[in-house]
Design a binder for this molecule. Structure first.
Ligand SMILES: Cc1cc2nc3c(=O)[nH]c(=O)nc-3n(C[C@H](O)[C@H](O)[C@H](O)COP(=O)(O)O)c2cc1C
Length: 195
């Protein structure tokens, strides 16, 4: 498969970067090819312009989709699967990735009549959380994250989808982070290998 990875972390000095690299190694060892959108490194614009808003809100359907958005859409349509890799910020993806959805999921591509987005066979969300998984489950926050990412954003655009949370990775709890480091990276590798 050809896999698009949408990656959003502001720093290379992060655990999430190791997760990305392990996932890519897994993909390569399984013989998959991949294309990466590293949103911070690309300086991907995540604020909608007024023109984009007017188009998406059905005021001005005649307006064109911007070139940088078009490039992301073309990349997706060259792929059979998509993976999102990011740290959890306030129970969400970083604003950089949320803004990517605002801009790239355009009318006529991801929704509306005669969508041009090719349905993807697989979608994976690999997110890195500071909190413990049990806490995220008990509070209902993990269910919220799954609902937004899988049921709304990916929805019927992706046939088979899952969200994996790699937990207790905050530097505030160095021991817990270190104890889980290898196991989480193996999970990321396996997720790439078995995609
Ligand atoms: C602004 C901000 C908000 C965060 N919000 C959450 C959160 O809501 N839930 C959570 O589990 N971790 C949260 N974290 C922790 C991040 O997920 C943290 O960056 C990650 O666990 C550590 O991985 P890293 O070394 O890749 O950054 C937050 C971190 C930041 C900087």
């Amino acid at each position: 498969m050809n896999v698009m990875i949408v990656y959003a972390h502001p720093s290379e000095d992060s655990f999430t970067r190791h997760v990305r690299d392990s996932f890519l190694r897994g993909l390569e060892d399984a013989g998959h090819t991949w294309e990466l959108s590293d949103l911070y490194q690309m300086n991907f614009i995540t604020d909608m312009s007024e023109a984009e808003y007017l188009r998406e809100a059905y005021y001005r359907m005649d307006l064109e989709v911007p070139e940088d958005v078009r490039r992301e859409q073309e990349k997706l349509n060259r792929c059979d699967a998509v993976a999102f890799i990011y740290p959890v910020f306030w129970t969400e993806a970083p604003a950089k990735l949320v803004g990517w959805f605002d801009r790239v999921w355009t009318y006529g591509f991801a929704y509306g009549e005669n969508r041009t987005m090719r349905p993807l066979a697989k979608g994976l969300v690999l997110c890195v959380a500071g909190n413990a998984r049990e806490k995220l489950v008990e509070s209902g926050l993990l269910a919220s994250m799954r609902r937004v990412m899988l049921d709304d954003r990916l929805s019927d655009r992706v046939r088979e989808k899952d969200l994996i949370v790699l937990d207790r990775t905050s530097r505030e709890y160095a021991e817990e982070r270190a104890a889980r480091w290898d196991c989480h990276l193996q999970t990321a590798y396996r997720a790439g290998y078995t995609l």
